[in-house]
Write a protein that binds this ligand. Structure first.
Ligand SMILES: Cc1ncc(COP(=O)(O)O)c(C=O)c1O
Length: 421
């Protein structure tokens, strides 16, 4: 039997694809033999754009040369950099400029947003999450319930899915029916971190809206990966980290969304700080007592953001703006279809990710027989970098900005040899 995918064919596909060139904008980690890794872990940590090193140096120069005046002086001034950066993410998440911002980190932002959007009453107090919810989301919703005096074992419920690897609008309807009118908030992943399923967000949103349930999204694995229309879908709030597909660096500053319909709602209590206050009175240290929220998503901010966290995000979002989500998504589908084709040729492994590109992003999660972490180490030793989720899932993400068809052919051929042994 010939190996699963042909390297010459893969190389030809790379030559034909006009977006293969984006890879040159990134630093590609090296294998121990000096060759470039076939890096499939961009769903965990995206790679470093070369321009980010230069931009960080420019920001350090601005700080070093100007000190406090660097907030306002010159074209590298950073006082409103968070607002400039927010406008670069509107096309990626599908929203109005006033609906998005950057601040904090993903889990912190979910807490900040739930402080406003989780307002349980005695009758309606449950939070619904997905069967494979990311641990941090589970901890966060349980903590919110306890913070309000509830009992997580009772008040946090999971969607009762016929197949937990593929949740459907019917599963949601059935679960809500079983819990009558007790659910007030849904917090779901746009793309599930474990299965790679791209949720049918509009269908879920319409069910939740019809039952007056607030809908929040964790978009860690969706942002920069799949097309999103948060405004049109009527999502209430969302947050996302920027260190995966957005390539902004480990632990980088997060993004968030608050639907326009909530901006002027004074009943939504915010955990306020000066950065969310009207800029005209932000520095009014001895004056007003009351917080005057900005009438936009900015009204949920608390602190002034870290310059060194913002600069990498700006650089990366400019690459997205240059190539556009539509072209990147098209390339993503080409690459992931090719990866799927390879997986199907290997006996003894199977994908748990939906095959239909409309129902997945670039990540494919495969179930292996045996220990996934052991296989992950063996692959890394051979220059192929997926990541394992115990006990038996290996995740591969061919990322359109820097993965290639040759990476995929190498990855599939190596995987095929390892599982055959
Ligand atoms: C789906 C999902 N939610 C939440 C988190 C937690 O992110 P953070 O540590 O930035 O709060 C992660 C981290 O990988 C994630 O994948």
């Amino acid at each position: 039997m010939p190996p699963a995918l042909d390297l010459d064919e893969a190389s030809e596909l790379d030559t034909q694809d006009t977006l293969t060139k984006i890879r040159k904008e990134f630093e590609i980690p090296k294998h121990s033999d000096g060759s470039e890794q076939a890096y499939f872990a961009g769903n965990s940590l995206g790679l470093l754009p070369k321009r980010t090193r230069i931009a960080i140096t420019r920001a350090l120069d601005q700080w070093g040369e100007k000190g406090v005046a660097g907030h306002f002086d010159g074209k590298e001034a950073w006082y409103q950099l968070d607002e400039e950066i927010a406008t670069l993410q509107t096309d990626i998440v599908g929203c109005l400029p006033s609906e998005t911002g950057i601040m904090g980190s993903l889990t912190t932002n979910l807490h900040m947003l739930m402080a406003s959007f989780y307002r349980p009453t005695a009758a309606k107090k449950k939070i619904i999450i997905e069967p494979h919810a990311f641990p941090s989301d589970r901890y966060a919703v349980a903590a919110q319930v306890e913070w309000h005096g509830g009992e997580p074992n009772n008040d946090v419920i999971k969607i009762e899915a016929e197949n937990p690897d593929l949740i459907t609008p019917d599963d949601l309807e059935r679960t809500l029916h079983n819990h009558k009118n007790e659910v007030c908030l849904a917090l779901l992943g746009g793309v599930n971190y474990y299965t790679g399923q791209f949720l049918d967000i509009p269908a879920f949103a319409s069910i939740l809206k019809s039952k007056e349930i607030t809908f929040g999204l964790d978009l860690a694995h969706a942002v920069g990966n799949v097309p999103l229309k948060l405004h049109d879908w009527g999502i209430d709030f969302a947050s996302w980290c920027t260190y995966k597909y957005l390539n902004a660096g480990p632990g980088s500053i997060a993004g968030y969304f608050v639907n326009q319909e909530h901006h002027d709602n004074k009943d939504l209590i915010r955990l306020a700080g000066w950065w969310g206050n009207d800029p005209d009175t932000r520095f009014d240290m001895h004056g007003q007592m009351n917080f005057i929220p900005r009438p936009s998503a900015d009204g949920w901010k608390t602190s002034n953001p870290s310059l060194m966290a913002m600069v990498p995000l700006k650089e990366s979002l400019e690459i997205f703006a240059f190539y556009g989500m539509t072209a990147l998504r098209e390339r993503s589908i080409r690459l992931t279809n090719y990866f799927e084709k390879g997986i199907k040729l290997i006996e003894s492994i199977s994908s748990i990710t939906p095959e239909n590109p409309e129902m997945r992003g670039c990540q494919v999660s495969i179930r292996v027989s045996g220990n996934a972490s052991k296989l992950e180490k063996e692959l890394i030793n051979l220059g192929i970098v997926p990541d394992a989720r115990d006990p038996d899932i290996l995740r591969f993400a061919p990322v359109p900005m820097y993965s290639t068809f040759v990476d995929i052919a190498r990855g599939i051929r190596t995987l095929e040899q390892l599982v055959a042994n």
